[in-house]
Write a protein that binds this ligand. Structure first.
Ligand SMILES: [Zn+2]
Length: 474
């Protein structure tokens, strides 16, 4: 008999191995020192492994921890402030983003991160400028971080439509330096639980020379470049005006496409352009809720997958998408593509679950680490309570409905346990290492003051939300 730290037993185990969901009925998983040692049927595992601890998950389904590959959690403090407007970034977001303090962003990050973990996310792909704080918080929480410091060379202010962004060399250099500091301090910390990527905000926000240096440094340090890519007509316009080419065409010519790139959004990419990115070996992150609300567009993730690329899901940010809930993103990825193609078969529930787990892990460079439950991988997993109304009734033989129920009707509160590296970080509504009530209390302190500071610009721009407020509609 082999002694291990933990044996997890569950009525239903979804390993996400093979081409589908890798279902095992009455399954078990042996975990030692944070790694999965063996997965199989309970009778097989119990013959070979004895756990110092045992976790019995009756009437639960166990899945790999979900991956939210692209988030700006610091924006959480601006939840619900910027939707329903054209030119979202300048007219919706900027009046608020321009006045935020570091403390306010940090409070937003804590909020966004606990919201995501409560809905089953164990790997957080946060991407902002307050990453030192976020790394510390994720370290304390016990979750997995795939963190990127956002590097921006374009001066931060409201630009008129059609105005070319003004590059500020110092701003870009400071961003790069902070990304390097973050990498040196946090990359591979906590037994590899935290990874640091490099984060040019986009080919419109960072110039060619700085982008080249960022790629060189990422290669030197063997990490990835996490970048908004052809993320909207505003980016296409900027790159065309500056270089005379569409973003993907320009990135290809300059040698910026390839396995080192994780391309976020591709909102304004045509199918043929998405395929060029996929064939280069880059990963894609699809943020269906965010891009749906901000731009009214369904990005070409299906074309990307058809060309053999891996696509991860992301919740993006709260003033656009309004939530950090990857279960919601799974549903929207399926729903929006069915509508886009007028084809109910184009994106099945199991495929969306693969995007939130194994395919997502591959897209962001963690394919050997997480995303499936198999020997050698880190023991990141969640349990879904099958006795919640949204998961009931359960069909388990000869047909099964648990994956469609998770993707189409679950909302997040079905997640009753989350573990990272074999350690439980959340169980039955309670975090083990942080205090949810304290975090909710803290974020409640800021809105009045943020509103006061942002109101001048918000009402002078007079975007749709400002008009709705004045008219008493909102
Ligand atoms: Zn983003």
């Amino acid at each position: 008999m082999n002694k291990v730290d933990l044996v997890v037993v569950s009525d239903h185990l979804y390993t996400m191995t093979g081409e589908g969901v890798g279902y095992i009925e009455d399954g078990a998983m042996a975990i030692d020192r944070g790694r999965i040692v063996a997965v199989g049927r309970r009778d097989e595992i119990s013959k070979e492994y004895e756990g110092e601890k045992a976790l019995q998950l009756k009437k639960k389904a166990v899945f790999p921890g979900l991956i939210d590959a692209h988030m700006h959690t610091g924006f959480g403090i601006m939840r619900g402030l910027a939707q329903d407007t054209g030119n979202w970034m300048m007219y919706g977001l900027q009046p608020f983003d321009n006045v935020l303090t570091e403390n306010e962003r940090n409070a937003g990050s804590k909020l966004g991160i606990i919201e995501a973990v409560k809905a089953g996310t164990t790997t957080l792909g946060d991407y902002e400028t307050n990453m030192e704080f976020v790394a510390g918080f994720i370290h304390r929480l016990g979750a997995r971080g795939n963190l990127t410091h956002m590097i921006r060379e374009a001066e931060k202010r409201v630009y008129e439509p059609g105005e070319l962004y003004l590059f500020n060399r110092d701003l870009g250099e400071r961003g790069l330096l902070r990304n390097l500091e973050l990498y040196d301090k946090w990359h591979n910390k906590d037994n590899g639980r935290i990874k640091v990527l490099f984060g040019p905000q986009g080919p419109d926000f960072v110039g060619r020379e700085l982008l080249e240096r960022i790629y060189d440094l990422a290669e030197e340090r063997d990490t990835l470049v996490h970048m908004h890519t052809q993320q909207g007509d505003r980016e296409t316009y900027q790159v065309q005006k500056r270089y005379g080419k569409r973003p993907i065409e320009w990135l290809k010519e300059e040698g910026f496409l390839g396995e080192r790139l994780v391309a976020v959004h591709l909102t304004d990419a045509r199918d043929d352009e998405a395929k060029v990115v996929a064939r280069s070996g880059a990963g894609m992150i699809l943020c269906p809720g965010s891009i749906g609300i901000i731009d009214g567009i369904v990005p070409p993730s299906v074309a990307f997958q058809e060309a053999g690329g891996n696509v991860a899901l992301g919740s993006d940010q709260a003033p656009g998408n309004n939530c950090h809930n990857i279960i919601n993103e799974m549903k929207l990825a399926t729903l929006f593509n069915k509508i886009k193609y007028t084809d109910p078969e184009v994106m099945p529930a199991w495929r969306a679950l693969r995007m939130a787990t194994i395919e997502g892990a591959r897209a962001i460079g963690l394919g050997d680490v997480v995303g499936s439950l198999e020997a050698g991988k880190r023991a990141d997993f969640i349990a879904i309570d099958l006795e919640k109304p949204s998961m009931s009734p359960v069909y388990s033989y000869p047909m099964r409905n648990m994956v469609p129920n998770l993707v189409y009707s679950a909302r997040g509160d079905e997640v009753c346990l989350s573990a990272v590296e074999g350690e439980i970080i959340y169980r039955d509504g309670k975090f083990m290492n942080v205090d949810e009530d304290e975090i909710i209390g803290e974020v409640g302190v800021y809105p009045d003051s943020i509103g006061k500071r942002a109101s001048g610009e918000f009402f002078s721009i007079n975007g749709t939300n400002a008009v709705f407020m004045k008219e008493g509609k909102l």
